[in-house]
Structures are given as structure tokens and as C-alpha cells.
Design a protein around this ligand. Sequence first.
Ligand SMILES: [Zn+2]
Length: 382
Amino acid sequence: MKSIDTRIPSIVSVPSTLLLVVVVGFPCLVHAAPDDDLMEYHIDIGERLRQLTVKLCFGRASVPATLIVPEPLAKHIEDLSATFTDGVTKKLQIDDHTIELGRSQIQCVHYTVQIPDGQGKDWRSGRIEHNGAMTVALERILVRPNAPRRWRRTRLSFSTAPGVRVSAPGAMLPATGVRKSFELLDRPPAWAGSVAFGTLTQSLIAAGKAQIRLSIVGRSDPATTAVLHTWITTGVAAITTLYGHFPVSDLQILVFPLGRNSDPVPWGEVVRGGGDAVHLYVDGTRSLAELNDNWVLTHELSHLFHPYIAAPDSWLPEGIASYYQNVLRARAGLIDAATAWEKLDAGFKRGLAQFASDRTLAVDTRAMMRQRQYMRVYWSGA
Ligand SMILES: [Zn+2]
């Protein structure tokens, strides 16, 4: 297992007095001016995990006229202020989820985010507290420029208390000092994405040039961690059998080990905000054989073969993932060929049973929830 932390230079382990000398001696390393078109969120995470201190700094060409405070963040943002290029600091006001910046010489916006209490069963709410780690949606952390079309040239740069690790979507940049930085990929800011921080067991999964960053979220024992790491590695290898390489350049994988569950992998999802990510909720008591026998990991990773496709057209992405979850597991030797054919045949029959010649797949997909007929889209039985 290759630990991500091996990428952090040895400056982390030098005595704090020496670190202070380095910081004082070369202040330009710490306060380097951002690129002209870059927006950089400096996010400090304390030991308690419940308060984030955010400093959003703009390059000369990236200062927006207004900032938007997304609804989930609006109730939990505090201490909002701005610093200007002439050194002046001013408090800022939020008016109807909007912050007017006014002066174009603005340099940085500062605020704190309080993470409210909440035990973690609300998988889809954008926040989960799980065994010493938090997973928080981007929209609960980031104010954003008014109506930007994309996260273009946007960085998240984290500093954390000792022992606190962090995972974010996008491309992980080489570490600078103790900060860990990610460049968000060019995606609409409204798309869901999450940052996880706290107790994470992290590793890199080798797959050609792709950077696949696995974080097992929350405390877990070494035996469980080893099983989950091998399971993910096996799934990634199965996916690369299709084209000979992994389908995306950067992937954030968050695995949440749960207690005993009747289903080995009760929930999996792909989210695309700020980059590509797969979230998997797993019965942490299962053996490697039981997990390898399950289809969810291969299904979710197969969604990376296509771009984001909106729900009204989900017959297409679900068809792709339902097909490859069987084909690629057979190619990788996780199930035998006859079993894969049987599963495909059974799935096609389930779909056919709900087929009517006067309805297209698109019509059936849009009526799926209302009619409670899912097998034309989710014909694998998912
Ligand atoms: Zn799917």
C-alpha cells in the first residue's frame, strides 16, 4: 500500500522551532501572490473538526463583483470580512445569499464555517459524521462567484491539525509545506462534491497515469482496511480491462465502513462536482471474497466511462454500468463467464417484461418513478 503521506516533504517532521525560522526567513513562500486568474480557498481545519476557517483569495483577474452564499452554508457562516490590496480590512454583509464585494482592489474574503451536529445516517444530505471523520458537501463550505459557469482555476488548499487528514475532489497538487492542495476540475459549481476530513486511512491505487486516491473514512482496524484496499484495487483493475487504462485522470474514492448489514455494499454513488468521486457504504465485517462477489463497486466505477448524464436520460448511463458490471467482472475473473451471461440474460428479460412497443426508453425513464417500473432502466435488478 502506498501511503499518500509519503508525498509530503520531510519538512513536516522538523522541529517546530526550525519550521518557524523557515517561515520567517522566507515569507514569500507563505504569502506568494496568487496567479492572476486563480481563485484559491485556504481552508484551516482544527482538531475539533467542527469549525473551518476559510480565506478565499483572488488573482487580479478573478475578482467577482458579488459572491453567492449557497443555502446550506448560509446558516453556518460567521465572521465575514475582506482584506484589500491597500491593507484595509472591512466587514462584509450577506444580503439574500449575496455578498457585494464592490471595491475591485479586494484581495481575500475571510469567514468561518460551523459544522452543525449530526450523526451520520443522512448519506445524501451532504454531511456525515462517521467514526471520527466528517464528510461535508462543497456547497456547505464554499462561497462562490456569482453565476460562474465552471470551477475554472479554483484551488482548495488545506492546513489541518496534527492527525487530521483531508480528501477533496479534483487533481491533488504536489504538497507545499504542510498544506495539501487540490485543483477543482472544470465542472459546474452546482454539481455535488464532498470534502472528507478527520480520521482517514489514505492510499494511492496504481492505475497507469490516473491518480486514484482512496480514503477509508473514520476509524477502522488494520484488517478491515487491508480488505477494503484490496477490494478497491481489484475493482480498479477490472475497470482498466476495457480500454487498457483507467477512464478518468483523477478520482476521489471515499469508503465508509459500516457495521453488519444484510447487504455487503448497501449504497454506492458517483458524484462529479469539482472532479470525479465514488462514495461507497460498505459492511466492514465482510470478507474480501464477499465484497468481490458484489457488483456495486464495478457498477459505480463503470459510470466513469461516460460523462455526467442527467436523470431523465438515466437509461443510458445505467445501461452502460449494468452491462459492464457483469462483463468486466468476468474479464477480471471475479465471476465466471457463464455467470456473467446468466446475469445479463436475466436482466434483459426483466427489462423486456416491462417493454411496450409504443414507449421509448426515454419515455419509460421519465415515467419510471411515477409508474414504479424500474426494470427498463435498472434491468440488472439494482
Ligand atoms: Zn448506476
